[in-house]
Write a protein that binds this ligand. Structure first.
Ligand SMILES: *Cc1c(COP(=O)(O)O)cnc(C)c1O
Length: 360
């Protein structure tokens, strides 16, 4: 028996115990090298073979065709907030962004340093708990690309429907990549750092359509340069080797669970457990408009906000941690990333019922 807690934190997040066990077994002698995965040269055949394997696993699990490059970069998702405009605006500096919350807001701020940003729509007037309908967006058909954050992690706002968009679409999928199905063919670029659904912080998966590789400004730092990184198999410099190794274990785990569609179904069931309960009570109040609710990050407040900190500490005592809402929002947020099981969500809902019964 271990004393591991159920970690509902927004990230770095919980990992499946099977993956941690595997990492422990490999720690002193990985693949008969006499070294841990983190002690191996990134130029060695051992690591280069691992990179090829993980590329192939990504292509299989996410159905990525050969005209997309799969890069494993450092700098986090926020590194991509700069890399995207730097890599795509040499010929045309007009770009379209949706402002749907904190993460896309930071992406807008970063892009404004390098490009002429048009905010095509903003959810600011509804405090990012809802979003304007697509027919109200002010899209620029001349833009070099259209950028949005699919799942805003802090509020738990999920943008489900895009109108038809003729320019390349760039998506920050950091909090839903690996947790929900998507069709890569609709995108020019998809990126996600790993620490939400795919392991440990340090590596960012960047999937780039090949026709977008020669649009880079001359000032792009080499380590963020998509074409250079593609040519060097993500090894322009030392890549985050251990985070890449862990990503490989997470992809194996995903395959064992039945792949992306099976994982999405499980995640939908988990979210339904929690939202269904939230519908039955006034004690807890979800923040986000039902049409835009995330299945990954579920945010709500207690009707009596004075009870929030008592809720968080009682939950911790019950082994349910990481539930305190983001400081910009307050309230409670339960992040239901891949390693959270249905049983853990059931435990959370039982706890919430008990707390409401005692306090209400
Ligand atoms: C966590 C998160 C980020 C920030 O990721 P870093 O790897 O810390 O830069 C960006 N976008 C979204 C949607 C996130 O959830």
């Amino acid at each position: 028996m271990t004393n591991r807690v159920f970690n509902f934190g927004a990230g770095p997040s919980m990992m499946p115990e099977a993956v941690l066990d595997r990492a422990r077994a490999d720690m002193l002698d990985w693949r008969h090298s006499g070294m841990s995965p983190m002690e191996v040269s990134h130029r060695s055949n051992l690591f280069q073979d691992l990179l090829i394997e993980i590329q192939q696993k990504c292509r299989e699990i996410f159905s990525i065709p050969s005209h997309y490059q799969v890069l494993f970069l450092a700098g986090g998702a926020q590194g991509q907030f700069a890399a995207v405009p730097l890599n795509l605006t040499a010929k045309n500096s007009q770009v379209d962004y949706l402002h749907s919350g904190v993460w896309s807001g930071l992406a807008v701020e970063e892009a404004q340093k390098y490009a002429q940003v048009n905010v095509a729509a903003s959810g600011q007037s509804s405090q990012f708990f809802s979003f304007p309908e697509p027919h109200n967006w002010q899209l620029n058909p001349e833009a070099a690309y259209f950028y949005y954050c699919v799942n805003e992690t802090i509020t738990g706002l999920r943008l489900r429907h895009l109108p038809s968009i003729s320019v390349p679409i760039v998506a920050d999928m950091t909090s839903c990549f690996g947790a929900e199905n998507f069709d890569i063919n609709q995108y020019g670029i998809v990126f996600s750092s790993a620490q939400k659904n795919l392991g440990q912080a340090g590596v960012t998966i960047v999937i780039v359509r090949e026709d977008l590789l020669d649009l880079a400004l001359p000032t792009v730092p080499g380590i963020l340069h998509y074409a250079k990184q593609a040519k060097a198999d993500s090894c322009v410099n030392t890549p985050p080797t251990y985070a890449i190794y862990i990503l490989g274990l997470m992809l194996d785990w995903m395959k064992e669970q039945g792949g992306l569609l099976a994982i999405e179904k499980m995640n939908q069931r988990k979210a339904k457990l929690l939202y269904d309960y939230l519908e039955t009570t006034d004690f807890y109040q979800p923040f986000v408009d039902p049409a835009y609710r995330s299945i990954i990050n579920v945010s709500f407040r207690l009707a009596n906000e004075n009870q929030t900190s008592a809720f968080v500490s009682a939950a911790e005592k019950a082994g349910l941690v990481g539930l305190k809402g983001h400081k910009k929002l307050g309230g409670i947020r339960a992040s239901l990333y891949n390693a959270i099981t249905e049983k853990m969500v059931e435990a959370l809902v039982s706890f919430m019922k008990e707390f409401a019964a005692k306090a209400g």
